[in-house]
Design a binder for this molecule. Structure first.
Ligand code: MN
Length: 145
């Protein structure tokens, strides 16, 4: 799904979230802010999709059934091309150890649920700008023909 056709797509984001309502909410917010989205409901699906399709960012729920967000992130960060895609962790766990564990798994940012619209967009932009700043990174949006 994409924002309105007359608007340029800011970035392609993969939303990984097992809760229907949270997933739809994130999707809605991102579309309103000009991001194109795809969704996955499990760690397995996220890894499979990210290997087939180029994303600029992955919004990764940590609490997922079977393969959780941490394990999915470790897999994604273990090899190209997905290792260069920033992963923004989203979790209801707010302790510093939880954040630390996510960063150790390879997450590039950590957002606590419930989040505000502004917090989500800011966290996404921060993760994207960190990637844009690194010299040899091409964004999926600019690579797309
Ligand atoms: Mn969840």
């Amino acid at each position: 799904m994409s924002p309105k056709p007359q608007e340029a797509v800011r970035a392609h984001v993969l939303i990984v979230e097992d809760n229907d309502l949270n997933r739809k909410l994130a999707q809605e917010i991102l579309h309103l802010h000009g991001y194109a989205t795809a969704t996955a409901v499990s760690g397995e699906e996220a890894v499979e999709l990210a290997c087939r399709q180029a994303f600029d960012l992955i919004l990764m729920d940590i609490q997922l059934p079977e393969m959780d967000g941490l394990e999915a992130t470790r897999l994604l960060k273990s090899k190209p091309p997905t290792r260069d895609v920033p992963v923004l962790a989203v979790s209801a766990l707010a302790r510093s150890e939880d954040r630390e564990r996510a960063m150790q798994a390879g997450c590039d940012g950590y957002l606590t649920k419930p989040y505000g619209i502004k917090a989500l967009v800011q966290a996404i932009e921060l993760a994207l700008s960190a990637r844009r700043a690194s010299p040899d990174s091409g964004l999926a949006s600019s690579q797309a023909s």
